[in-house]
Ligand binder design. Structure first.
Ligand SMILES: Cc1cc2nc3c(=O)[nH]c(=O)nc-3n(C[C@H](O)[C@H](O)[C@H](O)COP(=O)(O)OP(=O)(O)OC[C@H]3O[C@@H](n4cnc5c(N)ncnc54)[C@H](O)[C@@H]3O)c2cc1C
Length: 503
């Protein structure tokens, strides 16, 4: 077996699997390998955000998450007596501009398995129990050596591009000799998933319990599951924390041992690290291979999903249109600062918990720390990259996602309509537009969809209206980020010409 592929994906965790689905949908020939046969079994991701669901929608797997998840009611910081002391977030009935609830709690074994099954139905070549052992970036392609772990044989493959989604201990990152920046949160925690035996009586909000004796997080996972995470203090022996009796003792203020079964438990050192570079030559790092954050914000896998969404279409467009590396170079420029924000702010929630735990008067916690809590910060947009003029511009709302077109019925979202934007670039406006012959040819070559948005998408959706009020014709990227818009300052010709120069 020695075939050439468009893309080789190393690592089929959730991030690699999503990327494989997106690339295959774009018509590329993909090889995806994983050194394990089964999906990861220890407790990890539980939350998918509105943006995560929108990305899942792009890969046609939103139903996988919807079937196996529940809306999160809210979040709060509480003291050791479980009294609220800050950062209250009530999101039960919220729908965001992405068209989904801000956060849904899912059961990862179910979603990961369903994604693996979905991948098996595609044309992606999947090699399980195959480990990457070497890789070389060449001028025109990447060569890899892969070990078949069952038959103890090595194989050579080559591809135009390689994606390392091989997790925190990434071999791709090591083989590319990319170092990591340590952002200084390294703390042991035990994570426990339990299955309730009876009716649920527990809170439907995530709680950060700022108990000076032991910090703890309670997560209302998808029923019948519930999760607790307990910090392991320096004076503790971390090996004790996988003992069922010890865990039952920690959980007993909520539940008695006969009310649940422990289904998964793990001691982790929560890290906050980011790779110095997110790509080298024709190889790209995504997901935990590129960055790891403590899970307080529930955004680690989401950050990986954003990487996947950012890089997949750039690779597809580059291959399909024979482009040089200019477009691909925007991956690191766009993703690294954003991923770093997530890592730093996830650790920030841990710092805020520590500060609340140390005081009897929460109002004395400095504002700068409170600003790191839920409800205080919003995820930023992208800054430098593939935007009009090379930099996001608030006056065009570039660097932000275009709101998802929605259809409402009885004041509820009835249909999510990202599909009308197509899978490549989109030119979108309220009125008919005229485009010169050459510009039209260029846009058609890159698969651009032309959309005149019906009035009902605008009148019922204040996010769409607010964005469209900023300009005339909007140019949207395949990942739904706004490239820019024409207005009385920038003509449509200038907008299209700027895109042409940048890809
Ligand atoms: C306790 C906890 C809670 C979390 N909660 C959330 C949350 O609620 N929401 C959220 O968004 N994120 C959360 N995260 C983060 C999230 O779990 C991770 O970011 C995500 O699982 C990473 O996925 P990945 O696909 O990048 O890597 P992984 O899932 O680690 O997958 C890497 C894959 O690569 C394979 N591999 C490794 N090396 C090789 C090799 N040499 N050759 C072939 N294959 C290889 C591995 O077998 C593995 O299957 C949490 C993390 C923890 C620890």
């Amino acid at each position: 077996m020695n075939q050439d592929f468009d893309v080789i994906i190393v690592g089929l965790g959730p991030v690699g699997s999503l990327t494989a689905l997106l690339l295959e949908e774009s018509g590329l020939k993909v090889l995806a390998i994983d050194k394990e046969n089964e999906i990861y079994s220890l407790p990890r991701a539980v939350t998918i955000s509105d943006e995560g669901l929108r990305i899942a929608q792009a890969a046609n797997i939103e139903d996988i998450y919807l079937k196996n998840s529940t809306k999160l009611g809210g979040a709060a910081f509480v003291n050791k007596n479980l009294e609220v002391i800050g950062g209250v977030l009530d999101i039960e009935d919220v729908i965001t501009s992405n068209g989904w609830a801000p956060s849904r709690m899912f059961h990862q074994p179910l979603t990961d398995q369903a994604m693996r099954d979905e991948l098996r139905r595609t044309k992606v070549t999947i090699l399980l129990e195959h480990e990457l052992i070497d890789l070389k970036n060449e001028e025109t392609h990447v060569n890899v050596c892969i070990k078949d772990l069952k038959n103890k044989k090595d194989f050579q493959f080559s591809s135009k591009y390689l994606i390392g989604s091989d997790g925190g201990a990434s071999s791709v990152r090591s083989l590319l000799e990319i170092s990591q920046e340590d952002l200084n949160y390294n703390q042991d925690w035990v994570v426990v998933d339990v299955k309730l035996k009876g009716k649920n009586q527990l809170d439907n909000r995530a709680l950060q319990i700022c108990d000076p004796e032991r910090l703890c997080t309670y997560i209302p996972s998808h029923l019948p599951f519930r999760r607790w995470e307990f910090m392991i203090n320096e004076s503790d022996n971390k090996n004790d924390f996988l003992d069922d009796e010890k865990i039952q003792n920690l959980i007993k203020r909520w539940l008695q041992p006969d009310q649940y079964q422990i289904v998964r438990k793990a001691v982790y050192q929560f890290h906050s690290v980011i790779a110095e570079k997110l790509n080298k030559g024709r190889s790209f790092l995504i997901g935990d291979a590129a960055h790891q954050a403590p899970p307080f914000m529930g955004e680690g896998m989401m950050s990986g999903y954003r990487d996947a969404m950012n890089v997949y279409w750039k690779i597809a467009l580059t291959i399909q249109n024979n482009l040089d590396h200019k477009l691909l170079n925007t991956y690191q420029k766009e993703r690294k600062p954003h991923a770093k924000f997530v890592v730093e702010n996830s650790a920030g929630i841990g710092e805020l918990m520590e500060a609340y735990a140390k005081t009897d008067d929460p109002s004395k916690v400095p504002d700068v720390l409170v600003a790191k809590g839920y409800g205080s910060f919003v995820l930023p947009g992208l800054d430098e990259g593939l935007f009009y003029g090379g930099k996001a511009d608030e006056s065009m709302n570039s660097g932000h996602l275009f709101p998802q077109p929605l259809i409402y019925k009885n004041n509820e979202v009835f249909k999510r309509e990202d599909e009308i934007l197509g899978n490549s670039f989109t030119l979108i406006s309220k009125d008919k537009i005229s485009i010169g012959k050459q510009d039209k040819k260029f846009l058609q070559d890159i698969g651009c969809t032309f959309v005149i948005l019906d009035e009902h998408y605008i009148s019922q959706n204040h996010w769409v209206k607010k964005v469209l009020d900023l300009g005339e014709v909007f140019l949207i990227r395949p990942d739904k980020y706004i490239f820019g818009c024409s207005s009385n300052k920038v003509s449509l010709e200038q907008l299209i010409d700027d895109l042409r120069k940048r890809i």
